[in-house]
Design a protein around this ligand. Structure first.
Ligand code: C2E
Ligand code: CA
Ligand code: CA
Length: 739
């Protein structure tokens, strides 16, 4: 026993610290009792009575002292005398109530009046005993009071634990990234966690009592019924069923949910099963977890989209194209119908890409793709299967002509220039067509033959279409060998410069010549520039070829000068590939070559074709200006066929314009009216430029041009391009005539 009187309360405080009612040594809970009586004898006898019990006893001899103890420390039980010198026991109990002090009270009263007892019990006293009390009865009452207090405390702690764990579960459920819900038998929400608001924008409270279908995408309602009305449990319950749910969020995209469901029967839930008969299971609703897998779905969709599409143009890629073509072939076979496969290749795309850069090249591909697409019907497939290569399937062809109509549409759609970064760029396409079943039975054969037909168009000068024909096979094999053999041609010196005289139609004098490249092909014989240079341009061979050309030209010019003893030095025109002009060392190379061979630049004219784009216009202008300062003249080739004729005239230091063959070819009668030619001639006149007509083939053309004011001519009517020897002979003859 441990008796503490008011006198040693300080020592008590120190000993007990904050852990009231706890035995600091054993750690077990020892009940603490406050004994209040003004009669020291009675206090002592009480202490003596309780001595044998394991209690902590604290005594107080007046009301004030008792109240001070009660307000400072935790007691389990107070034995309270009603009549004290300062306060009554009732007043102390009022104090206990007012201060919400948690202590049981047993009143020990000398007062025999019923009022005192009622007053005590009204104030919540656990027991009321008259003095003198029976010892056993008092001890039993104390035991009961302490027992009840312990039970109350345990209950409180359990309740608190429950509250905590409920809060914990609630927290876990609400902070779950998944929607967790329960439905009743009618399919109405009975619970849904906060996540639904974050994901779908519905407040949980507004969903309670609503049918689940308010959340489900209309097309998924049928499937949703199985998922939401799941009655099965365990492994057989719905798992990973995907449903689209509606969202109130402004992006308004349906979100995809992976709905994992279980049915919970009444007995299976631990908390509610108490008291129920184990075998009597009653379905009362559905419990489910819905996980947002929208992002995963999108990633999956993107991956599968990328596997079958070209990202730049968003067209089907080769894989998807072959798949569609395969289906179309099966269909055509079944219906005994025809179908067409087209191979579309952009002409000179590589040139645009190399000169204007990849970004512009990409933009061109996108624009070209959308133009092609606009020409097609719904069931047709357009695909991009490589750099500038597109393929088309036209299923269910009524007639071959239908494919030709589409090809014509493609052609027409490329007639307007593409606007790329403010530049107008013209680009054409070469199209090969193979028709099932005549030109091939399998996917690969059809594609290969369309490809061969396309190459045939390229070989014929591009920009057009052609149906496959067996005779093309030879040509296409030759194409493949072309690049290799062209490299070899440079090494083995198979290239040669030819010279096409430019004649003054009035005097018949040779005033100049255009240097044109020829290839003495070991097997195919003499090839013209048009037959292999476009190919060289697209395959990056233009730089070594141009280097070779410059050297050959200088050497030839020296020879010509030796045999040309006339006073009038003639001028040689040379064609400059835009690739070459674009090089940073363009001027230095030409300048170096002239210096090396001691060529007078005045004898040289460079022809710039305006038909292709120049990547760095300012660079080109600078280079040409420098050439100009040396004495070289500049001619605009193929004038009028490109997009920038007039702007070139202003920006380049131009001396000559060459009327393109395509305009000259139109001249079919001497008395006709050919306004484009007249306009060019008057432009040249107005700007003080020389003008040369190209491709003059007939006397009619020559006369018309002459009458219109263009007297310098070049064309088969006068001379074909000649090898150096022949050209020198001609020069000598002319001198002989004029001498
Ligand atoms: P271009 O500069 O327009 O050259 C004229 C083309 O027309 C030449 O074709 C020439 O043989 C052809 N031609 C000349 N007169 C007539 C005629 O009366 N009727 C017809 N139908 N054609 C005629 P070629 O030699 O095949 O050259 C094609 C193009 O290749 C040239 O067009 C030029 O742009 C380019 N080229 C030719 N030689 C060279 C060269 O050495 N270097 C570079 N970079 N390009 C060249
Ligand atoms: Ca030319
Ligand atoms: Ca030309």
């Amino acid at each position: 026993m441990n008796v503490i009187s008011a006198n040693d309360s300080v020592a008590f405080n120190v000993a007990m610290g904050g852990a009231d009612s706890l035995d600091s040594i054993s750690g077990k809970t020892i009940p603490r009792l406050l004994l209040v009586d003004d009669e020291p004898v009675l206090l002592r006898s009480l202490c003596a009575l309780l001595e044998s019990r394991e209690y902590q006893l604290v005594t107080a001899s007046c009301g004030a002292e008792a109240m001070e103890y009660l307000s400072k420390r935790q007691f389990d039980l107070a034995l309270l005398d009603l009549r004290l010198p300062d306060f009554s026991g009732h007043e102390i109990m009022d104090f206990i109530k007012a201060k919400s002090i948690d202590v049981k009270v047993i009143v020990l009263s000398g007062d025999s009046g019923i009022e005192a007892a009622i007053g005590a019990l009204k104030r919540g006293a656990y027991g009321y005993m008259r003095k003198p009390y029976a010892r056993e009865e008092l001890l039993a009452t104390i035991d009961n009071a302490l027992q009840q207090r312990r039970l109350e405390q345990e209950n409180r702690s359990i309740a608190w634990q429950l509250e905590c764990s409920e809060k914990l579960y609630r927290y876990l459920v609400d902070s779950s990234p998944d929607i967790i819900y329960t439905l009743n038998q009618a399919g109405q929400f009975t619970f849904v966690n906060d996540c639904v608001e974050q994901l779908l924008g519905f407040a949980p409270a507004e969903l309670i009592g609503k049918h689940f279908s308010v959340l489900v995408h209309d097309e998924d309602l049928e499937r949703a019924r199985y998922v939401f009305h799941e009655r099965r449990v365990g492994d057989r319950a719905s798992r990973n069923v995907e449903l689209r749910l509606k969202s109130l969020h402004d992006n308004d995209q349906e979100r995809t949910f992976d709905n994992t469901l279980m049915t919970i029967s009444f007995n299976s839930m631990g908390m509610y099963s108490l008291g129920n008969e184990a075998n009597k299971r009653e379905f009362f609703g559905t419990y489910g977890v819905a996980r947002d897998i929208t992002d995963r779905k999108r990633a999956e969709e993107l991956i599968s989209y990328q596997a079958y599409h070209d990202i730049l143009t968003e067209l089907p890629n080769r894989v998807l194209f072959k798949d569609r073509l395969g289906l179309a072939v099966i269909q055509a076979k079944r219906n005994e119908a025809e179908l067409a496969v087209m191979f579309v290749d952009l002409d000179r795309f590589k040139l645009v890409n190399d000169t204007l850069g990849h970004v512009i090249g990409d933009a061109l591909l996108q624009q070209a793709a959308s133009r092609l697409k606009e020409c097609l019907r719904r069931g047709d497939t357009l695909a991009r299967i490589g750099g500038d290569e597109f393929t088309v399937v036209l299923p269910e062809l009524r007639d071959r002509k239908d494919a030709a109509i589409i090809a014509d549409k493609f052609y027409a759609s490329f007639c307007t220039p593409f606007i790329l970064d403010g530049n107008e760029v013209f680009i054409s396409a070469s199209i090969g067509i193979a028709v099932y079943p005549d030109d091939g039975q399998s996917i690969d054969e059809l594609l290969r033959h369309a490809d061969i037909a396309m190459y045939h168009v390229k070989a014929q000068g591009k920009n057009g279409y052609s149906f496959y024909d067996d005779s093309m096979l030879d040509v296409s094999y030759q194409k493949i060998a072309l690049e290799q053999s062209l490299r070899r041609a440079l090494e083995q010196d198979e290239l040669e410069m030819y010279y096409q005289p430019q004649v003054d139609s009035l005097s018949g004098a040779v005033v100049g010549a255009e240097a044109l490249m020829r290839w003495n092909h070991p097997e195919r014989g003499l090839l013209t520039a048009g037959e292999f240079l476009p190919f060289a341009e697209e395959n990056g061979l233009m730089t070594p070829i141009s280097d070779w050309m410059l050297g050959a030209l200088c050497r030839d010019l020296l020879q010509c000068n030796q045999c040309n003893s006339s006073m009038e030095p003639f001028r040689l025109s040379l064609n400059i590939s835009p690739h070459y002009l674009d090089r940073h060392d363009f001027f230095d190379k030409i300048h170096g070559m002239f210096a090396h061979y001691a060529i007078d630049p005045v004898q040289i004219e460079v022809e710039i074709t305006e038909n292709v784009c120049i990547r760095n216009l300012q660079h080109a202008i600078d280079q040409l200006n420098k050439l100009c300062q040396l004495g070289v003249s500049i001619a605009i080739d193929d004038f009028g066929t490109g997009y920038s004729s007039l702007s070139y005239l202003h920006r380049f230091p131009v001396h000559t314009i060459k009327i393109d063959q395509s305009f000259v070819r139109e001249i079919k009668s001497e008395n006709g009216h050919f306004p484009v030619i007249l306009a060019m001639i008057s432009i040249a006149r107005g700007l003080g430029l020389k003008i040369v007509a190209e491709g003059v083939e007939t006397v009619i053309q020559a006369r018309y041009l002459e009458q219109s004011g263009c007297t310098t001519m070049q064309g088969y009517f006068y001379h074909r391009p000649l090898p150096l020897g022949k050209f020198m002979e001609l020069l000598n003859q002319k001198q002989a005539i004029s001498a």
